[in-house]
Design a protein around this ligand. Sequence first.
Ligand SMILES: NC(=O)c1ccc[n+]([C@@H]2O[C@H](COP(=O)([O-])OP(=O)(O)OC[C@H]3O[C@@H](n4cnc5c(N)ncnc54)[C@H](O)[C@@H]3O)[C@@H](O)[C@H]2O)c1
Ligand SMILES: N[C@H](C(=O)O)[C@H](O)COP(=O)(O)O
Length: 336
Amino acid sequence: MTALRPLLITAGEPAGIGPDLVIDLVCQPERMVSLPPFAVVGDPALFRDRARLLGVKLEIIEVVPGQSITPAPGVLPVRSVPLSAPVVAGQLDRRNAGYVLACLDEGIRACLAGEASAIVTAPLHKGVIIDAGYPRFTGHTEYLRDACGVDDVVMMLATENLRVALVTTHMPLSDVPAAVTADKITSTLRILHRDLVRYFGVSAPRIGVCGLNPHAGEGGHLGREDDDIIAPALTLLREEGMVLSGPLPADTAFTPHHLRDSDAMVAMYHDQGLPVLKYAGFGRAANITLGLPIIRTSVDHGTALDLAGSGRAERGSLDVAIDQALVMARAATQGK
Ligand SMILES: NC(=O)c1ccc[n+]([C@@H]2O[C@H](COP(=O)([O-])OP(=O)(O)OC[C@H]3O[C@@H](n4cnc5c(N)ncnc54)[C@H](O)[C@@H]3O)[C@@H](O)[C@H]2O)c1
Ligand SMILES: N[C@H](C(=O)O)[C@H](O)COP(=O)(O)O
């Protein structure tokens, strides 16, 4: 098997639990013997201070692009990006918003340059980045799309037996109906279909698609988008050979009856699909950005400022995100 290039993990919001999670990761001997080379992108001083707060003994080794070291328990390989301001665990500071984006930029650059096999992102705080002077920032997903120069990407979260992909992502609920266009639906489904085959080993994907309105519009009595926009888009894609069910009434789309026949379920908006996924597998799911020229996975949770530095943050989703990135990176290597 071809050796993978190093994996990069961005530590995300420095006042959140991202630093705690990567420190916890490298303290697990069984994880360290099973992982390929990796490095965390962030400020070494942040990890040193957080390890002290957590009462953890940590050796930090700074690595440069192209350098990889064999994972070892208690050793944190760091690709250094300097903080702009000192960090207090649990307290956001706008001055570090540029640092969070610089870490992300370094991960993207390294993946695009072929120096890294994938990027795994710990959570960032969208609000503090927007407040710091990046008004168009809405999340990693959209930032990665723009940084990688692609027209569209798909946010999919996956846990043991459920995959949920979204047509629309980070926008006010009031903007959703106008954003559910035929083009957006067809683009989402084409990206999802292609990446289920490419990265998830699903040779002939069966995809369920939720409607937008209650009871998928109740024949037009509870909204017209289901009949006028979603159904025709699905008809077009079926003519291309896709196996799709829907538009399904979203309230029953996630019942065993439908899930049994679906390799992924598509929701029209964030809180139509993600509460179901997080109910089914919070802490055991990964967030995957499909449609990028690079591989990116993330955790299923946010910055949890209330837990930063407490030692109570659970690492489960970071493990799943790392494992998912490695599966995808190996699939990409084999596909070449
Ligand atoms: N991948 C990402 O970058 C990502 C994902 C989700 C949310 N966020 C951002 O995080 C910020 C905070 O979001 P939120 O408060 O809605 O959600 P959150 O996930 O940070 O917190 C929700 C609840 O879950 C708990 N929790 C979260 N992660 C946990 C963990 N690993 N172990 C134990 N408990 C955990 C928190 O303590 C809190 O009670 C927002 O800015 C949001 O946009 C980022
Ligand atoms: N929608 C994601 C979730 O609820 O878990 C989260 O906000 C992260 O999104 P990005 O990966 O785009 O930052």
